[in-house]
Design a binder for this molecule. Sequence first.
Ligand code: FES
Length: 377
Amino acid sequence: MSESKPQVNPPLWLLAELTYRCPLQCPYCSNPIDFAKQEKELTTEQWIEVFRQARELGSVQLGFSGGEPLVRKDLPELIKAAHDMGFYTNLITSGIGLTEKKLTAFSDAGLDHIQISFQASDETLNAALAGSQKAFQQKLEMAKAVKAQGYPMVLNFVLHRHNIDQLDRIIELCIELEADDVELATCQFYGWAHLNREGLLPTREQIARAEATVQVYRERMAASGNLANLLFVTPDYYEERPKGCMGGWGAIFLSVTPEGDALPCHSARQLPVKFPSVLEHSLEHIWYDSFGFNRYRGYDWMPEPCRSCPEKEKDYGGCRCQAYMLTGNADNADPVCSKSPHHGKILAAREEANCTTMKIDQLTFRNRANSQLIFKV
Ligand code: FES
């Protein structure tokens, strides 16, 4: 069998996970469950050096995320440095800790885009999911302030079995707040969301109702001249073919964790693969030459059924992290695929969603105490 070296293009999208600190405790957070082990964060200078190297490699878009990136006091400085290098910059935030003064500072620094996430369309459910009583009002105020400052505003709602039936009210809230784009993203099961999957995965019927609601609102909004885009992302647990995760391993996406590990996706640190640190290697070496970034590039690593599958160039065998979490081996086909011998794991999860009675207060909330408890840090 001939081994062909895949062509490697630049990492167009850099995600800077500035910190794992966060004032909220969402049980569907995709951060690693053992985040409490990670105390260190790159300094301002180290982050700026990462941006410089990424830009030199050809990165064009830079997302600031976390945790909650607003807890970094140097955020305006980081935004300005990225903006001056020519990045399109995007702040992904819960809105907690945002003020009009900070918004002005971000605008002066050249921030291009803000995405605010909500947990629900009403205060009570939002508080129960976020683990914070004040979060909802703060988010409303900040969404209005973002709009008033003239930013294109994306509102993001993570949907799951406890809020998806309120989708009509969620969309009404987005219309009221004059969102330019709305992401209605059903929970993807990584990190804390995977830990809480039984209590989060909606049923197929809930998904079908939500799809119908989105369609009604798309038509209604178009008829009234509202051009906001409603993006509805269904969970891959109800698909028969896997998603082409990250657009392919090490193809366009490069994430850097708070302490400086470079990853080809936000969840890869859990894999039994050694990933390099930006403190020890250049991004050029990391992207083109490191073992971790080359581990699942191309097709030669694939076992069956992916290896001979005509769809492998479309889905790349699916998500390596999901394959690892569900089968214990990241080389396997993503069990979402109905051709996978492990597809029964997905069928069992669907069945579990039909039977579970798990309530919100039975979920494991994403906080330092729980992280320490689970991993005995
Ligand atoms: Fe890691 Fe899909 S999230 S490959």
